[in-house]
Design a binder for this molecule. Structure first.
Ligand code: ZN
Length: 402
């Protein structure tokens, strides 16, 4: 009789169990050996051996909690090793990029914001900036040696991305079309993963933020552009070509203002930063911080700014009605400038949503602020960079600290 699936070899089982333990510590933070034993249903000695492997690989470190002696032998606490393998995450925005070195457990070890050479920048300019920033982050961490570089690099881009090769299909606010962006980073010599900003933001918020524990969650990000990252039934909803969620370019009013994408009256021309700036008479080329100035004015009670935010809030509620009716999410997280719109004019957003969504899904949805703040997409980029490492902690991609 032919056996189609060979039995798992001890080495495969070990790899699998190492990956399971590492994923739990990465997601949940420090856990005691007793907790790991209970979670995995393995013997204490097996857990001890696996933890010893992960410690030798540099991923985790153990400590003994204080004051445990009285209650008998204390269970060792296994937590992420701050000096262990790390990844570099990059969030590319229209005027600047943010880059961070992120360790196991999602801890940001070092971070910097770098303005682009030109606004918007070319793919080649961004690639050059990433090379320089990776080098400076490594120097800051004291890990410039080739043997202790990042395990992988994750990059968030405000546009549609081909996940197979990192090519950016269309990033209207960067002015990129069919840009072979991922290929420009081949010389980096570690795996590079490029993703869409909203897709990565929802991943991070689902893993360790406002979307934790929700199987159906949408992250609607609004900066200059607007897009949605969607988790449905606990999994990312990507669509046939990986471009699901581009709702910023749903036409709301075909006679509306022109959009970067070439159409008129797209949603982002009603709720993106430029729409807000037009409403307060500060339109033109959106510069860094301009929308934040309007929000500050609105918070201090300035009439014109407040009324502009409320106009955007009304359109935002209408857009949320479409999302809620289509996807029936448990929670919608509003990021970027839309977080400020919700914070300042939640009443307007909710009343508008009530008018535009069906009763049942509209009543149950919760509107939340991102608990990772401005860093959702950045930390999502770190998560996709970590994915390969977490899948196989013994893989040769991991460059160990000495
Ligand atoms: Zn458009």
């Amino acid at each position: 009789m032919r056996i189609d699936r060979p039995a798992a070899r001890p080495d495969d089982i070990r790899r699998h169990n190492l990956a399971v333990i590492l994923a739990q510590i990465h997601r949940d933070g420090p856990l005691t050996r007793a907790e790991l034993t209970a979670r995995l249903g393995l013997s204490r000695s097996t857990i001890g051996a696996l933890v010893a492997d992960l410690t030798a690989l540099g991923f985790v470190e153990e400590s003994v909690p204080n004051g445990g002696e009285r209650a008998g032998r204390p269970s060792h606490v296994v937590g992420p090793h701050a000096g262990g393998p790390f990844v570099i995450a990059v969030d590319v925005d229209v005027s600047h990029l943010t880059a961070a070195a992120v360790g196991v457990g999602g801890t940001t070890l070092a971070k910097r914001v770098v303005p682009h050479e030109a606004c918007p920048p070319t793919p080649a300019q961004v690639a050059r900036q990433i090379f320089a920033t990776v080098a400076s982050l490594r120097a800051e961490l004291g890990r410039s040696d080739d043997t202790i570089g990042p395990a992988a690099i994750g990059i968030s881009v405000p546009g549609t991305v081909d996940r197979r090769n990192g090519a950016v299909g269309f990033a209207p606010n960067l002015g990129w079309r069919h840009a072979e962006f991922g290929g420009l980073l081949d010389d980096i010599a570690v795996p590079v993963v490029v993703g869409n900003d909203a897709d990565l933001a929802v991943l991070a918020e689902h893993q360790r933020g406002s979307g934790r524990g929700c199987d159906d969650v949408v992250y609607l990000i609004g900066r200059v552009g607007v897009g949605a990252g969607i988790i449905a039934n606990g999994s990312p909803l990507r669509g046939h070509d990986g471009q699901a969620g581009e709702i910023g370019h749903n036409v709301v009013d075909a006679s509306g203002p022109p959009c970067h994408c070439g159409k008129r009256g797209c949603l982002e021309t009603f709720i993106g930063d430029n729409a807000l700036l037009e409403l307060v008479g500060r339109g033109g080329l959106a510069r860094d911080g301009a929308a934040q100035e309007v929000f500050a004015d609105a918070r201090s009670g300035q009439e014109q700014a407040l009324s502009a935010v409320r106009v955007v809030a009304e359109s935002l509620g209408q857009a949320l009605g479409v999302i809620v009716n289509t996807l029936n999410p448990q929670r919608v997280i509003l990021g970027g400038s839309l977080a400020d719109v919700l914070d300042i004019a939640r009443d307007v957003v909710e009343q508008s949503l009530d008018r535009h969504a069906l009763d049942a899904p509209g009543r149950t949805v919760q509107l939340s602020l991102p608990s990772l703040g401005e860093d959702s997409a950045l930390l999502g980029a770190a998560e996709v960079a970590f994915a390969a490492v977490l899948d196989d902690p013994l893989g040769d991609r991991v460059l160990l600290p000495r």
